[in-house]
Design a protein. Sequence first.
Length: 258
Amino acid sequence: MQNEKGALGFQDWRLPNRRELRSLISHQTKRPALPEDYPFVNVFAGWYWTSTSAAINPAHAWYVNMDGGRMFYGGKDQSFLVWPVRGTGSGVLPMTGETRCYDETGMVIACRGSGQDGDLRKGAIWPEPRFDIHSDTVVDRLTGLRWTRMAAIGSGPMSWEAAITGVRLLNAGRVCGGWRLPNINELESLVDCSCHDPALPQRQPFANVQEIYWSSTISLFEPDWAWALYLDKGAIGVGQKTQARFHGWAVQDCTDPD
């Protein structure tokens, strides 16, 4: 509709994919969760659609909450807001990994002309291979981040503080230290939106992958909560720091062999 009208002088508006819409989010603000100097008007503190279907249930699509920054999925027959975007974003944001397109019932459809994420595939192309294995660590060539190959520290779920402490202990006696708990955007960068259980690329090299991971990012709404990645689905939510429900995973910026 907007393209037919030539809204604002352009005819190439589209629905953003989930990484494009999330790129607007600030975790230092709320209602809306946008940078303090944002130039937008009429921002609704609620859910906005993306063009990315949910691999775990293709009758659903991802949406982002501008009130606080959460990202989950809902039935495509529901009504939420739309924030159009244009451009390629190829120089900054990676592709989501989605390659198929689905209708409201979750059936696979032809992508061409659908305007869905699987049709447009906007974003930086993933390197091939994406991951380089270095003994007990893995370098993601897309982001330059190094992850522990064992995708969980400790023997089970832990509190947020225990996850931070456990990651720090990995630095003891190492020449190249700097292991830390990843922030929520670093965790999300691992997600392949064409996959679920886990939502990682099919040829991922990690072991002992868990369902939910703590990030180092604190929730502004409730400072006793922190952001978490639900890796079984690819969703982003929060968890109470004191509850031993989620897992820790270590990351570092050092790219030299460990």
